[in-house]
Design a protein around this ligand. Sequence first.
Ligand code: BTN
Length: 237
Amino acid sequence: MKITQFEVLDSTNSYIKRNYEKLDHFEVISTNHQTEGKGRLGRIWLDDGDSLLFSILIKNDIKMENISQLPLVVAMVIHDTLYPYIPDLLIKWPNDLVVHDKKLCGILIESISSHQEIHAVVVGIGINLSTQLFPESIKETATSFFLETNQSISSSLLIEEITSKLKIELKYLNQNKSQFVSYSKKHSFLLGKKISFIKDSKIMHGIAQDIKANGNLLVKTSHEQIEISTGEVHLIK
Ligand code: BTN
């Protein structure tokens, strides 16, 4: 497995997108700091200096129809890796990992495409590892491996474990043998709970009911069932 470690990058995802032609399938780019870390939905990913920041390049073995399932597959792999240390870890659809609704890990999947053809996919992963004190703005909504376990963990071993598991899972996904639906249902933070979400620019409420085979979330509102494929979902307390 090829892992290249940087001290500072703008973003590991952006680096791979710029250089993917000369990088290998499943090559990993990791950095200690990001100056322009990217989150989902156009947000920024804050660098507190204590996070594991890396991206994996997938150049082959990716079928167009499987792209929508990838977020949950990646979440499953990371959950499976960290769960032995953090038994309360759950998957918050579509691809956050949370402990008691506090975010431990975020995943940003971007595809590199032209003319409707996907050339490669970048899986960006940010895991709060050794943070002890979060900035005021996110302290109620974020947690770290250290805060949950009182332990530290080897970054390189984590990267290796997650990347090699993802390689295997991708094979299963392509053979339609992935267990990601049952796995993410079993470890779901949202199922059975009241949630809010945005659909067609409207805020809607409902109960998270199921995760479908395509990775979509099925929500029951007061008068209909809605399938959502992406976006952000909030728990109503
Ligand atoms: C999210 O929860 O919004 C996704 C956050 C993803 C952050 C990681 S950190 C490594 C990789 N490089 C980036 O710029 N973003 C991802």
